[in-house]
Write a protein that binds this ligand. Structure first.
Ligand SMILES: [Zn+2]
Length: 417
Protein backbone atom coordinates (compact mmCIF):
# COMPACT_ATOMS: atom_id res chain seq x y z
CA UNK A 1 0.00 0.00 0.00
CA UNK A 2 1.45 3.33 -0.99
CA UNK A 3 1.40 6.28 1.36
CA UNK A 4 3.11 9.21 -0.39
CA UNK A 5 3.06 11.42 2.73
CA UNK A 6 5.21 9.13 4.83
CA UNK A 7 8.00 9.13 2.26
CA UNK A 8 7.75 12.76 1.19
CA UNK A 9 11.21 14.04 0.40
CA UNK A 10 12.89 10.73 1.23
CA UNK A 11 12.41 8.52 -1.82
CA UNK A 12 11.79 9.43 -5.45
CA UNK A 13 11.27 7.13 -8.38
CA UNK A 14 13.45 8.15 -11.31
CA UNK A 15 14.25 6.48 -14.59
CA UNK A 16 17.54 5.08 -13.34
CA UNK A 17 16.33 3.84 -9.97
CA UNK A 18 15.13 4.97 -6.55
CA UNK A 19 16.66 8.27 -5.46
CA UNK A 20 17.38 8.75 -1.74
CA UNK A 21 19.33 11.52 0.01
CA UNK A 22 23.04 11.19 0.71
CA UNK A 23 23.95 10.26 4.28
CA UNK A 24 26.36 12.10 6.60
CA UNK A 25 28.98 9.98 8.34
CA UNK A 26 29.35 11.89 11.62
CA UNK A 27 32.43 10.15 12.99
CA UNK A 28 35.58 8.95 11.23
CA UNK A 29 39.21 8.30 12.12
CA UNK A 30 40.45 7.68 8.58
CA UNK A 31 43.77 6.01 9.46
CA UNK A 32 41.97 3.26 11.37
CA UNK A 33 40.66 1.91 8.04
CA UNK A 34 44.16 0.44 7.60
CA UNK A 35 43.85 -1.72 10.74
CA UNK A 36 40.27 -2.94 10.22
CA UNK A 37 40.27 -6.71 10.81
CA UNK A 38 43.76 -6.69 12.34
CA UNK A 39 42.76 -6.46 16.01
CA UNK A 40 40.61 -9.57 16.19
CA UNK A 41 43.07 -11.92 17.95
CA UNK A 42 43.02 -12.27 21.70
CA UNK A 43 46.06 -10.60 23.27
CA UNK A 44 44.83 -10.88 26.86
CA UNK A 45 41.99 -12.82 28.50
CA UNK A 46 40.43 -9.48 29.46
CA UNK A 47 40.72 -7.84 26.03
CA UNK A 48 38.75 -4.59 25.88
CA UNK A 49 38.72 -1.13 24.38
CA UNK A 50 41.89 -0.39 26.34
CA UNK A 51 43.92 -3.28 24.87
CA UNK A 52 42.55 -2.45 21.38
CA UNK A 53 43.78 1.10 21.94
CA UNK A 54 47.36 -0.16 22.29
CA UNK A 55 47.15 -1.79 18.83
CA UNK A 56 45.58 1.38 17.46
CA UNK A 57 48.44 3.50 18.86
CA UNK A 58 50.97 1.25 17.10
CA UNK A 59 49.14 1.83 13.81
CA UNK A 60 48.84 5.56 14.37
CA UNK A 61 52.61 5.68 14.90
CA UNK A 62 53.20 4.37 11.35
CA UNK A 63 51.12 6.96 9.51
CA UNK A 64 52.62 9.90 7.62
CA UNK A 65 50.97 12.38 5.23
CA UNK A 66 51.43 10.11 2.17
CA UNK A 67 50.01 6.99 3.78
CA UNK A 68 47.23 9.02 5.39
CA UNK A 69 46.26 10.29 1.94
CA UNK A 70 46.31 6.78 0.44
CA UNK A 71 44.24 5.25 3.23
CA UNK A 72 41.78 8.15 3.36
CA UNK A 73 41.15 8.16 -0.41
CA UNK A 74 40.34 4.42 -0.28
CA UNK A 75 38.09 4.97 2.72
CA UNK A 76 36.26 7.97 1.26
CA UNK A 77 35.73 6.16 -2.07
CA UNK A 78 34.22 3.25 -0.10
CA UNK A 79 32.01 5.68 1.85
CA UNK A 80 30.69 7.21 -1.37
CA UNK A 81 30.02 3.76 -2.85
CA UNK A 82 28.01 2.95 0.29
CA UNK A 83 25.89 6.13 0.14
CA UNK A 84 27.74 8.42 2.57
CA UNK A 85 28.18 11.82 0.92
CA UNK A 86 29.64 13.81 3.85
CA UNK A 87 32.30 12.78 6.34
CA UNK A 88 33.10 14.39 9.69
CA UNK A 89 36.78 13.57 10.12
CA UNK A 90 37.77 13.60 13.80
CA UNK A 91 41.46 14.13 13.21
CA UNK A 92 44.04 13.83 15.97
CA UNK A 93 47.22 12.35 14.38
CA UNK A 94 48.72 15.80 13.80
CA UNK A 95 52.49 15.57 14.32
CA UNK A 96 55.51 13.40 13.55
CA UNK A 97 55.75 10.16 15.54
CA UNK A 98 58.11 11.75 18.10
CA UNK A 99 55.63 14.59 18.69
CA UNK A 100 57.45 17.33 16.77
CA UNK A 101 55.25 19.23 14.30
CA UNK A 102 55.82 18.63 10.58
CA UNK A 103 57.52 21.48 8.67
CA UNK A 104 53.95 22.41 7.74
CA UNK A 105 52.04 21.80 10.99
CA UNK A 106 48.88 21.23 8.93
CA UNK A 107 50.48 18.53 6.73
CA UNK A 108 48.35 15.68 8.05
CA UNK A 109 45.16 17.77 7.91
CA UNK A 110 45.95 18.73 4.33
CA UNK A 111 46.45 15.08 3.35
CA UNK A 112 42.91 14.38 4.58
CA UNK A 113 41.51 17.43 2.80
CA UNK A 114 43.21 16.34 -0.44
CA UNK A 115 41.71 12.86 -0.06
CA UNK A 116 38.24 14.36 0.34
CA UNK A 117 38.66 16.69 -2.63
CA UNK A 118 40.07 13.97 -4.89
CA UNK A 119 37.29 11.52 -4.09
CA UNK A 120 34.52 14.17 -4.11
CA UNK A 121 33.11 13.58 -0.63
CA UNK A 122 32.05 16.60 1.42
CA UNK A 123 34.23 16.97 4.49
CA UNK A 124 33.80 18.57 7.86
CA UNK A 125 37.33 18.42 9.17
CA UNK A 126 37.43 18.41 12.95
CA UNK A 127 40.96 19.12 14.12
CA UNK A 128 41.14 17.57 17.58
CA UNK A 129 42.51 19.22 20.68
CA UNK A 130 44.27 16.59 22.79
CA UNK A 131 46.28 17.76 25.80
CA UNK A 132 46.28 15.33 28.73
CA UNK A 133 46.42 11.59 29.30
CA UNK A 134 43.61 11.43 31.85
CA UNK A 135 41.11 13.29 34.05
CA UNK A 136 43.91 13.89 36.56
CA UNK A 137 45.69 16.07 33.99
CA UNK A 138 48.67 13.72 33.58
CA UNK A 139 51.03 14.31 30.65
CA UNK A 140 50.51 12.57 27.32
CA UNK A 141 52.29 9.24 27.03
CA UNK A 142 55.05 8.85 24.42
CA UNK A 143 52.55 7.24 22.03
CA UNK A 144 50.07 10.09 22.45
CA UNK A 145 52.58 12.87 21.87
CA UNK A 146 51.90 13.22 18.17
CA UNK A 147 48.26 14.01 18.97
CA UNK A 148 49.00 16.91 21.34
CA UNK A 149 48.68 20.70 21.11
CA UNK A 150 48.80 23.71 23.38
CA UNK A 151 45.78 25.98 22.99
CA UNK A 152 47.71 28.63 21.08
CA UNK A 153 49.17 26.20 18.54
CA UNK A 154 45.78 24.59 18.13
CA UNK A 155 44.09 27.91 17.39
CA UNK A 156 46.81 28.72 14.87
CA UNK A 157 46.24 25.40 13.10
CA UNK A 158 42.52 26.07 13.14
CA UNK A 159 42.99 29.47 11.55
CA UNK A 160 45.23 28.05 8.81
CA UNK A 161 42.66 25.39 8.02
CA UNK A 162 39.75 27.82 7.99
CA UNK A 163 41.43 29.66 5.11
CA UNK A 164 40.95 26.48 3.02
CA UNK A 165 37.16 26.27 3.50
CA UNK A 166 35.04 26.11 0.37
CA UNK A 167 31.65 24.75 -0.70
CA UNK A 168 32.74 21.17 0.07
CA UNK A 169 34.95 21.76 3.11
CA UNK A 170 33.95 22.99 6.56
CA UNK A 171 36.31 23.29 9.50
CA UNK A 172 34.74 22.42 12.83
CA UNK A 173 36.40 21.70 16.12
CA UNK A 174 36.77 18.65 18.31
CA UNK A 175 37.80 18.07 21.89
CA UNK A 176 39.14 14.56 22.08
CA UNK A 177 37.30 13.83 25.34
CA UNK A 178 36.89 15.28 28.80
CA UNK A 179 39.84 13.17 29.95
CA UNK A 180 42.09 14.71 27.27
CA UNK A 181 41.15 18.41 27.48
CA UNK A 182 41.12 20.49 30.67
CA UNK A 183 38.06 22.64 31.30
CA UNK A 184 39.94 25.94 30.98
CA UNK A 185 41.29 24.97 27.55
CA UNK A 186 37.81 24.07 26.32
CA UNK A 187 36.54 27.48 27.40
CA UNK A 188 39.45 29.30 25.78
CA UNK A 189 39.03 27.51 22.45
CA UNK A 190 35.26 27.99 22.34
CA UNK A 191 35.65 31.68 23.06
CA UNK A 192 38.16 32.06 20.21
CA UNK A 193 36.38 30.08 17.48
CA UNK A 194 33.63 31.23 15.12
CA UNK A 195 30.30 30.57 16.83
CA UNK A 196 28.94 28.58 13.88
CA UNK A 197 31.71 25.94 13.85
CA UNK A 198 30.35 22.48 14.77
CA UNK A 199 31.84 21.11 18.01
CA UNK A 200 32.33 17.36 18.46
CA UNK A 201 33.54 15.42 21.50
CA UNK A 202 33.93 11.73 22.47
CA UNK A 203 31.95 11.16 25.63
CA UNK A 204 30.91 8.33 27.98
CA UNK A 205 32.08 5.59 25.62
CA UNK A 206 33.60 3.51 28.41
CA UNK A 207 32.49 2.68 31.94
CA UNK A 208 36.07 3.37 33.12
CA UNK A 209 35.79 6.91 31.78
CA UNK A 210 32.54 7.46 33.70
CA UNK A 211 34.16 6.15 36.89
CA UNK A 212 37.23 8.41 36.49
CA UNK A 213 34.98 11.40 35.90
CA UNK A 214 32.98 10.61 39.03
CA UNK A 215 36.17 10.22 41.05
CA UNK A 216 37.79 13.47 39.90
CA UNK A 217 34.83 15.75 39.12
CA UNK A 218 32.17 14.18 41.24
CA UNK A 219 29.92 14.05 38.18
CA UNK A 220 29.39 11.73 35.24
CA UNK A 221 30.85 13.03 31.92
CA UNK A 222 27.55 13.94 30.24
CA UNK A 223 26.12 15.30 33.48
CA UNK A 224 29.20 17.49 33.91
CA UNK A 225 29.28 18.70 30.29
CA UNK A 226 25.60 19.66 30.26
CA UNK A 227 26.02 21.52 33.54
CA UNK A 228 29.22 23.39 32.66
CA UNK A 229 28.85 24.21 28.94
CA UNK A 230 26.06 25.69 26.80
CA UNK A 231 25.52 22.47 24.86
CA UNK A 232 23.11 23.05 21.96
CA UNK A 233 22.51 22.11 18.30
CA UNK A 234 26.07 23.04 17.46
CA UNK A 235 27.37 20.12 19.54
CA UNK A 236 27.78 16.47 18.57
CA UNK A 237 28.38 14.01 21.41
CA UNK A 238 30.14 10.95 20.04
CA UNK A 239 29.02 7.59 21.51
CA UNK A 240 27.32 8.84 24.73
CA UNK A 241 26.87 5.15 25.49
CA UNK A 242 26.69 5.12 29.26
CA UNK A 243 23.88 7.43 30.35
CA UNK A 244 21.47 7.76 33.23
CA UNK A 245 17.87 8.50 32.28
CA UNK A 246 18.39 12.07 33.35
CA UNK A 247 21.42 12.42 31.09
CA UNK A 248 19.50 10.84 28.20
CA UNK A 249 16.71 13.39 28.60
CA UNK A 250 19.25 16.18 29.15
CA UNK A 251 21.01 15.58 25.82
CA UNK A 252 17.65 15.30 24.03
CA UNK A 253 16.41 18.64 25.35
CA UNK A 254 19.75 20.39 24.66
CA UNK A 255 19.27 19.92 20.88
CA UNK A 256 22.73 18.34 20.53
CA UNK A 257 23.26 15.37 18.21
CA UNK A 258 24.54 12.01 19.43
CA UNK A 259 26.83 10.30 16.91
CA UNK A 260 26.15 6.61 17.40
CA UNK A 261 28.65 4.19 15.86
CA UNK A 262 26.96 0.77 16.20
CA UNK A 263 29.48 -1.45 14.40
CA UNK A 264 32.51 0.09 16.12
CA UNK A 265 30.78 0.13 19.51
CA UNK A 266 29.99 -3.57 19.01
CA UNK A 267 33.50 -4.33 17.80
CA UNK A 268 35.08 -2.59 20.80
CA UNK A 269 32.63 -4.00 23.33
CA UNK A 270 31.61 -0.48 24.40
CA UNK A 271 27.97 -1.10 25.30
CA UNK A 272 24.60 -0.23 23.83
CA UNK A 273 23.22 3.27 23.38
CA UNK A 274 19.75 3.65 25.00
CA UNK A 275 18.06 4.43 21.69
CA UNK A 276 14.47 3.76 22.73
CA UNK A 277 14.54 6.12 25.72
CA UNK A 278 16.39 8.72 23.69
CA UNK A 279 13.87 8.63 20.82
CA UNK A 280 11.02 8.88 23.31
CA UNK A 281 12.69 12.02 24.68
CA UNK A 282 12.84 13.46 21.15
CA UNK A 283 16.65 13.31 20.90
CA UNK A 284 18.62 14.03 17.74
CA UNK A 285 21.17 11.52 16.48
CA UNK A 286 23.26 10.42 13.51
CA UNK A 287 25.66 7.60 12.70
CA UNK A 288 29.40 7.25 12.23
CA UNK A 289 31.63 4.46 10.97
CA UNK A 290 34.37 5.55 13.43
CA UNK A 291 37.02 2.76 13.26
CA UNK A 292 35.73 1.56 9.86
CA UNK A 293 35.38 -2.12 10.65
CA UNK A 294 32.34 -1.52 8.48
CA UNK A 295 31.84 1.26 5.93
CA UNK A 296 28.11 1.01 5.33
CA UNK A 297 25.19 3.11 6.54
CA UNK A 298 23.04 0.04 5.94
CA UNK A 299 24.97 -1.95 8.52
CA UNK A 300 25.13 0.92 11.05
CA UNK A 301 21.38 1.56 10.88
CA UNK A 302 20.46 -2.11 10.79
CA UNK A 303 22.52 -2.83 13.92
CA UNK A 304 21.29 0.27 15.67
CA UNK A 305 17.81 -1.26 15.47
CA UNK A 306 18.90 -4.88 15.98
CA UNK A 307 20.78 -4.05 19.19
CA UNK A 308 17.53 -2.71 20.63
CA UNK A 309 15.56 -5.75 19.47
CA UNK A 310 18.08 -8.09 21.11
CA UNK A 311 17.94 -6.42 24.53
CA UNK A 312 14.22 -5.60 24.57
CA UNK A 313 13.07 -8.86 22.88
CA UNK A 314 10.67 -6.78 20.79
CA UNK A 315 10.58 -5.74 17.14
CA UNK A 316 10.32 -2.42 15.30
CA UNK A 317 11.74 -0.14 18.00
CA UNK A 318 12.89 2.92 16.02
CA UNK A 319 9.49 4.31 15.05
CA UNK A 320 7.49 7.41 15.86
CA UNK A 321 3.78 8.16 15.98
CA UNK A 322 4.05 9.57 12.44
CA UNK A 323 6.41 6.97 11.02
CA UNK A 324 5.71 3.27 11.59
CA UNK A 325 8.47 2.31 9.14
CA UNK A 326 11.73 1.59 10.97
CA UNK A 327 13.84 2.24 7.87
CA UNK A 328 12.26 5.62 7.23
CA UNK A 329 12.47 6.65 10.88
CA UNK A 330 16.17 5.76 10.89
CA UNK A 331 16.91 7.54 7.62
CA UNK A 332 14.95 10.60 8.70
CA UNK A 333 16.83 10.70 12.01
CA UNK A 334 20.14 10.75 10.18
CA UNK A 335 18.99 13.47 7.79
CA UNK A 336 17.51 15.69 10.52
CA UNK A 337 20.79 15.97 12.42
CA UNK A 338 23.13 16.34 9.45
CA UNK A 339 22.76 20.07 8.79
CA UNK A 340 23.93 21.12 12.26
CA UNK A 341 26.35 18.28 12.97
CA UNK A 342 28.27 18.81 9.72
CA UNK A 343 27.87 22.59 9.45
CA UNK A 344 26.85 22.25 5.79
CA UNK A 345 23.17 23.08 6.23
CA UNK A 346 20.83 21.12 3.97
CA UNK A 347 23.03 19.42 1.38
CA UNK A 348 21.37 18.23 -1.82
CA UNK A 349 23.43 15.16 -2.62
CA UNK A 350 21.78 12.22 -4.34
CA UNK A 351 22.14 8.49 -4.02
CA UNK A 352 20.49 6.28 -6.62
CA UNK A 353 19.50 2.75 -5.58
CA UNK A 354 19.43 0.08 -8.26
CA UNK A 355 15.75 -0.53 -9.05
CA UNK A 356 16.75 -3.65 -11.02
CA UNK A 357 18.31 -5.34 -7.95
CA UNK A 358 16.36 -8.43 -6.77
CA UNK A 359 16.17 -6.92 -3.26
CA UNK A 360 14.01 -4.12 -4.71
CA UNK A 361 11.85 -6.27 -7.01
CA UNK A 362 8.30 -4.90 -7.10
CA UNK A 363 9.24 -2.09 -4.68
CA UNK A 364 6.88 0.79 -3.86
CA UNK A 365 8.12 4.19 -2.71
CA UNK A 366 7.11 3.49 0.88
CA UNK A 367 8.94 0.17 1.22
CA UNK A 368 12.19 1.07 -0.55
CA UNK A 369 14.03 2.29 2.56
CA UNK A 370 13.02 -0.68 4.71
CA UNK A 371 14.18 -3.03 1.97
CA UNK A 372 17.43 -1.14 1.47
CA UNK A 373 18.27 -1.27 5.17
CA UNK A 374 16.91 -4.67 6.15
CA UNK A 375 17.08 -6.99 3.14
CA UNK A 376 20.23 -8.86 2.21
CA UNK A 377 23.88 -7.82 1.90
CA UNK A 378 24.34 -6.85 -1.72
CA UNK A 379 25.10 -3.12 -1.97
CA UNK A 380 22.21 -1.40 -3.76
CA UNK A 381 23.87 1.98 -4.40
CA UNK A 382 24.26 2.43 -8.13
CA UNK A 383 25.10 6.08 -8.59
CA UNK A 384 26.10 8.96 -6.30
CA UNK A 385 26.22 12.67 -7.04
CA UNK A 386 27.76 15.14 -4.61
CA UNK A 387 27.31 18.85 -5.29
CA UNK A 388 26.35 17.98 -8.87
CA UNK A 389 29.45 15.83 -9.54
CA UNK A 390 28.98 12.12 -10.32
CA UNK A 391 31.43 10.27 -8.08
CA UNK A 392 29.97 6.75 -8.18
CA UNK A 393 28.74 5.12 -11.36
CA UNK A 394 27.49 1.53 -11.72
CA UNK A 395 28.26 1.00 -8.05
CA UNK A 396 31.95 1.89 -8.28
CA UNK A 397 33.82 5.10 -7.49
CA UNK A 398 34.87 6.67 -10.77
CA UNK A 399 38.55 6.60 -9.70
CA UNK A 400 38.17 3.40 -7.67
CA UNK A 401 40.77 1.28 -9.46
CA UNK A 402 43.66 3.74 -9.17
CA UNK A 403 42.71 4.51 -5.56
CA UNK A 404 42.63 0.82 -4.61
CA UNK A 405 45.98 0.18 -6.29
CA UNK A 406 47.66 2.95 -4.29
CA UNK A 407 45.96 1.74 -1.11
CA UNK A 408 47.23 -1.81 -1.71
CA UNK A 409 50.81 -0.63 -2.16
CA UNK A 410 50.57 1.56 0.94
CA UNK A 411 49.15 -1.24 3.10
CA UNK A 412 51.83 -3.70 2.03
CA UNK A 413 54.46 -1.14 2.99
CA UNK A 414 52.78 -0.22 6.31
CA UNK A 415 52.36 -3.83 7.38
CA UNK A 416 55.90 -4.79 6.41
CA UNK A 417 57.57 -1.94 8.32
ZN1 LIG B 1 36.21 8.13 17.79
Amino acid sequence: MSNPDSTAGLVHATEGGWRVPGIANLHSHAFQRAMAGLAERQTHPEDSFWTWREIMYRFAARMDPDSTYAVATQLYAEMLEAGYTTVCEFHYVHHQPDGRPYADPAAMSKALIAAARDTGIRMTLLPVLYMTGGFDGRELSARQRRFGHGVEDFLRLHEDLRALQDASLRIGCAFHSLRAVPEAAMREVLAALPTDAPVHIHIAEQVGEVQDSLAVRNARPVEWLLREFPVDRRWTLVHATHLTQEETRGIASSGATVAICPTTEANLGDGLFPLRDYLQAGGRWGIGSDSHVSVSPVEELRWLEYGQRLVTRHRNIAVTAHSPSVGETLLRGVLDSAADATGFGQATDEVLLDAAAPALAGAMADDVVDRWLFAGNRPLVKQVRVAGRTVVSEGRHVEGEAIARRYGETLRRLLRD
